[in-house]
Design a protein around this ligand. Structure first.
Ligand code: NAP
Ligand code: MG
Length: 490
């Protein structure tokens, strides 16, 4: 960041030093090569091509992963269709539940392995993968296993039927958790799946394939095809896929919507966000500051529902920003496998470049950046936690999703103005409200155009709670009873 911001940095206390406490990577054995997971086995890709996935904290290659082309996607969809017709859709719900429970239990048993692998491939701190990603992934499988024999209670109308083959495309920010969000409800509802993980983070999905084998799921019920955007495009365009579930950027989401338009095939989209975290003058200040930090610096800001716009009531703005800087200065950035690390690596060179570009635009448009001045490791992709003040609603950084540890601060005077500013976005995924008054929380929640509104907390997830957006953040809900609806025909 700028020299001016580094100067200011000296005013706040430095991070406390801790001795390194790295989690051992010996728990996970990464194969040199991973093939495609089709019809219950790992198989060679038809064209024999592979790509490498790296550790973004060190740039060290981790493994070679098969590149699935249209032919492989076709084989996977056909395997899924056979498994749907012959086994999975005919199996009583209570039997399907046993397999899904088994997957949940094996995820718990192999939790450390999954957490280390996720941190290596994605760059996120082990504390997060261990305490958030992996336990939540297990929780989603447990939760939906419980629904498999209760589908008649999902909603009004007769006993619902599964759709068929679900084609599911997921991003790199929560690789295992997004796989769980997609697979668990689809399987509980009686569908079979073809899942395409992100190019930069395929390894936890491939370990999940191993778990699926261990759980003895019938062949073809879950298929995993690795590759880049073209593999995803081939999957969503495949006429054998009856339902597409996509999580990723708004741009790709719109393209998929065009592909599916008029086909009668079902679609749900979970896209970008530009959430407002709104702090009133009666908020518990320390908790609010923790919530703001958790809202934007959690997972390096690689969170679609990140609280990337901070709206503070004018009278407390200075105090909040001051306390926030002090807290930011104590965040530890570095080795994702170290249990003391708060901020890990940015997932890819491309994403880092995007964060740099948007931050520079922010400064060029007149906003003022401050970052905690922490030392960045020499190798790997890193960006320090950064806060922008003097942000105007028209600024690019107030409108565009940065998907990095960059917060834009704006102020408001009245609750009505807070609502107006919060809703002034093309997105509508989430929002946060910090105030002592319960009535104000409800008043705000009614008016905020956001799929999730957290009150006096941020970034909390529960499998029983539906999640999804308004406007350009997409449509459809994942989680809870609602998450089953798009996987069922009536
Ligand atoms: P992305 O480019 O849209 O990628 C998401 C997934 O789609 C990846 O698996 C990607 O493959 C694949 N893909 C790319 N082009 C495709 C195409 N034409 N057809 C089908 N699939 C295609 O998004 P990203 O840049 O990786 O992820 C960051 C974005 O995702 C952010 O904007 C964020 O807000 C959004 N996101 C939203 C949510 C949510 O729940 N709403 C959750 C997480 C992320 P490759 O990786 O191989 O390119
Ligand atoms: Mg990687």
């Amino acid at each position: 960041m700028t020299t001016a911001s580094n100067e200011r940095m000296k005013e706040v206390s430095p991070a406390i030093e801790y001795a390194p406490a790295p989690e051992s990577r010996a728990i996970v054995s990464i194969r040199e090569r991973y093939q495609l997971f089709i019809n219950g086995s790992f198989v060679e890709p038809q064209e024999g091509k592979y790509f490498s996935t790296i550790n973004p904290a060190t740039e060290e290659p981790l493994s070679e992963v098969a590149l699935a082309t249209e032919i492989d996607v076709d084989l996977a969809v056909m395997a899924a269709r056979r498994a749907f017709d012959e086994v999975w859709s005919r199996m009583p719900g209570r039997e399907r539940a046993k397999y899904i429970f088994r997957i949940a239990r094996i995820i718990q048993e192999r939790a450390r392995e999954l957490a280390v692998l996720e941190s290596l491939d994605n760059g996120k701190p082990i504390r997060e993968s261990r305490d958030v990603d992996v336990p939540l992934a297990a929780a989603y499988f447990f939760y939906y296993a419980g629904w498999a024999d209760k589908l008649e209670y999902v909603g009004p109308g007769p006993v619902p039927r599964p759709i068929g083959v679900a084609g599911q495309v997921i991003p790199w920010n929560f690789p295992l958790l997004m796989a769980a969000w997609k697979l668990a409800p689809a399987l509980a509802a009686g569908n079979t799946c073809v899942l395409k993980p992100a190019e930069t983070t395929p390894l936890s999905a491939l370990l999940l394939a191993d778990i699926i084998q261990q759980a003895e799921l019938p062949p073809g019920v879950v298929n995993i095809v690795t590759g880049a955007g073209e593999t995803g495009a081939a999957l969503v365009a495949h006429p054998g896929v009856g339902k597409v579930a996509f999580t990723g950027s708004t741009e790709v989401g719109k393209r998929i919507q065009r592909t599916l338009a008029g086909s009668g095939r079902r679609l749900t989209l979970e896209l970008g966000g530009k959430a407002a975290n709104i702090v009133f003058d009666d908020a518990p200040i320390n908790q609010a500051v923790e919530g703001i930090v958790n809202g934007i610096y959690f997972n390096q800001g690689h969170v679609c529902c990140a609280g990337s716009r901070l709206l503070v009531q004018e009278s407390i703005a200075e105090e909040i920003v001051e306390r926030l800087r002090r807290r930011m200065a104590s965040l530890r950035l570095g080795d994702p496998l170290d249990k003391n690390t708060d901020i890990g690596a940015i997932n890819s060179a491309g994403q880092l470049e995007k964060i740099h570009r948007l931050s520079k635009t922010g400064e060029a448009e007149g906003a003022v950046a401050w970052s905690s001045g922490c030392m960045l490791p020499e190798r790997g992709y890193w960006f320090p936690p950064t806060v922008f003040t003097k942000v105007e609603p028209a600024h690019t950084i107030a409108r565009e999703e940065i998907f990095g540890p960059v917060l834009s601060v704006m102020t408001f005077r009245t609750p009505a103005e807070a609502v107006q500013r919060a809703n002034n976005t093309v997105y509508g995924l989430s929002a946060g409200v910090w105030t002592e008054k319960g009535s104000r929380i409800l008043w705000m929640a009614e008016r905020l155009r956001a799929g999730v509104v957290w009150a006096n907390t941020y970034n909390r997830f529960d499998p029983a709670s539906p999640f999804g957006g308004f406007k350009e953040s997409g449509f459809g809900r994942e989680g809870g009873r609602h998450g089953l609806e798009s996987y069922l025909d009536r």
